[in-house]
Design a protein around this ligand. Structure first.
Ligand SMILES: [Zn+2]
Length: 550
């Protein structure tokens, strides 16, 4: 026997075998049972959601002489005749390949002949939005005064393309996407039926890729089974040409770090492995969306996206390194790329272009990106101002050290703990570094060992230190990050790194944007001048260019 594609084998023969669309099925069953059949139905919904299958079942159910709970019985004479392919009174018509008015006319010529066996003559018109205008007019004439025995079932993925005159004459049903869990269940049955074996993860990957369409899901499963009886996630990815998650993480990381060279290298690797840019850009969009959800929904995102707990955690970890606004901007770019790639003559160039745009943030007009950059620049300016002030102290100190006996005599460093209670003083630590240098050094270290924490620091700025306590302030949109940084585990890590860099015990505290405002103003101008006087006296000091060697 010739091989029959899985989606044909598993096409539901009656309502009780349908997966999903419970509400629609219930309504239609009820109509069959009560005999309240409309003259025209409109089934809308994306591909593979069961429109055509439902239409075929309905067509048979309303003709069956002994329906069982709204399902065709499969045993009466009409049912047996209907199972034959050449049954005359259920006519299927694909408007996508027969859109001309002559085609429609030819089809509609037969409407005046009553059904030969059953009660109803049923026209199923698939992709009805493809009909030409004059074909619609021909159809409309029939719909205006249909013979008693006539039923139209129109199916479409794009109902908004239908004329209002047609829409208003149909009973409309909207077919939603089938949940991944339900598709996975049917895939399991189909795999077992075909004598195959598949991991739950593999079937879920197929179900997710099918985006709510059962036909696509079964077709992908069919292709996988063509490679072997055992199906795992790697095979699914190979068959679909999609990228594995680790590659996507690598790619998004390169974008987040604005690492253009790495981004281009990854695109090159992708093209060399024969992947389709369109499929890849769709994968990237899905991946970015997951990162955004991880940022916004925390642990719940695993459930929303049908991910395992472990994968959910990985998304959360990664999402900490990039701001929501940038993620959204990137998603925007890649969604647009999907559309552009359909018309692009050089898909690779288009992919590279968008990837670079994401790296370089060239969209100056985008307010989200702009806000992001302003926040970043503000941070840099604050840091520079602080460095400038600190720099004068450090240089002056250096000249003092050069001129006179060193302050830090005989290995006994000035303990910053003591000085912090005494008249305030911008202190050099035992390592000979100023506070800003220590902060910078700590940041560098964190970037290597705790990239998550380092990423959070980008959502605000360092605001200063009294020598042992280091203060950081969140940007207004990221106040929540302050709380997060003050959490025991992170705080400890940060303090460890600061202590290491300073050579004395250090503490860290993060403020949200409102809290720290007060404190920085207090510490301004006058207090600072006093500090300078108390350190160097009121005489002018020499400022030299060399910084002390650490
Ligand atoms: Zn029957």
């Amino acid at each position: 026997m010739a091989y029959q594609a899985l989606y044909r084998q598993w096409r539901p023969r009656d309502f009780s075998h349908m997966v999903g669309q419970e509400a629609i099925v219930e309504t239609l069953r009820h109509q069959v049972e009560t005999g309240r059949i409309a003259h025209a139905y409109l089934f809308c919904g994306s591909r593979g959601t069961g429109k055509t299958s439902t239409a075929k079942i309905l067509a048979r159910a309303i003709n069956c002489t002994n329906p069982q709970e709204g399902d065709p019985c499969g045993e009466c004479e009409v049912c047996r005749r209907m199972q034959a392919d050449d049954y005359m009174d259920i006519l299927e018509f694909d408007a996508a390949s027969n859109s001309r008015v002559e085609d429609a006319r030819e089809l509609l010529e037969k409407v005046n002949f009553p059904p030969q066996f059953g009660v109803y003559k049923v026209y199923i018109i698939d992709e009805v939005h493809m009909l030409s205008n004059s074909a619609f007019n021909a159809l409309l004439k029939t719909l205006e005064e249909p013979p008693e025995y006539l039923v139209f079932i129109l199916a479409t993925t794009e109902p908004y393309k239908l004329p209002a005159t047609i829409l208003s004459r149909c009973q409309r049903f909207d077919f939603g996407r089938i949940p991944a869990g339900q598709i996975q269940g049917r895939l399991k049955e189909a795999t077992d039926g075909a004598g195959g074996e598949a991991t739950d993860g593999a079937l879920m990957a197929i179900a997710r890729a099918a985006e709510g369409g059962m036909r696509d899901a079964l077709s992908i499963l069919d292709m996988c089974l063509g490679y072997g009886r055992k199906i795992d996630e790697a095979l699914v990815r190979q068959v679909m040409g999609t990228s594995d998650r680790s590659f996507l993480f690598q790619f998004s990381r390169a974008l987040a770090e604005e690492n253009a060279a790495e981004t281009l290298r990854l695109v090159d690797a992708l093209m060399n492995s024969g992947k389709d840019p369109l499929v890849f850009s769709r994968d990237v969009s899905g991946h970015l969306r997951s990162l955004i959800l991880a940022k916004c929904c925390g642990e719940e995102m695993a459930e929303i996206l049908d991910l395992t707990e472990e994968d959910g955690k990985e998304y959360q970890r990664e999402s900490e390194q990039i701001s929501t606004s940038r993620l959204m901007e990137m998603l925007d770019q890649f969604m647009r790329l999907e559309t552009d790639l359909r018309y692009s003559g050089s898909p690779r160039v288009a992919l590279e272009n968008v990837s670079l745009k994401c790296c370089l943030r060239t969209k100056e007009t985008d307010t989200l990106a702009l806000n992001d950059r302003i926040a970043e620049l503000e941070g840099k300016i604050a840091q520079l101002q602080d460095q400038l002030a600190q720099g004068i102290v450090v240089q002056a100190e250096a000249s003092a050290v050069a001129a006179k006996a060193p302050r830090r005599a005989a290995g006994k460093g000035v303990s910053p703990k003591e000085t912090s209670t005494a008249p305030k003083q911008k202190t050099l630590t035992p390592t000979g570094r100023g506070a800003d240098e220590i902060w910078k050094e700590a940041l560098k270290q964190l970037q290597k060992t705790e990239p998550g924490i380092h990423g959070m620091f980008l959502m605000g700025q360092y605001v200063g230190s009294d020598g042992t306590e280091y203060r950081w302030k969140a940007n207004p949109t990221f106040d929540v990050v302050a709380k997060s940084l003050n959490m025991e585990q992170r705080k400890t890590k940060i303090e460890e790194v600061l202590t290491e860099a300073a050579g004395v015990p250090c503490t860290f505290i993060a403020y949200d944007s409102a809290q720290e405002q007060q404190k920085t103003e207090d510490a301004s101008d006058e207090a600072y001048l006093e500090e300078l006087y108390s350190t160097f006296g009121e005489e002018p000091v020499d400022v030299v260019d060399e910084l002390p060697q650490a």
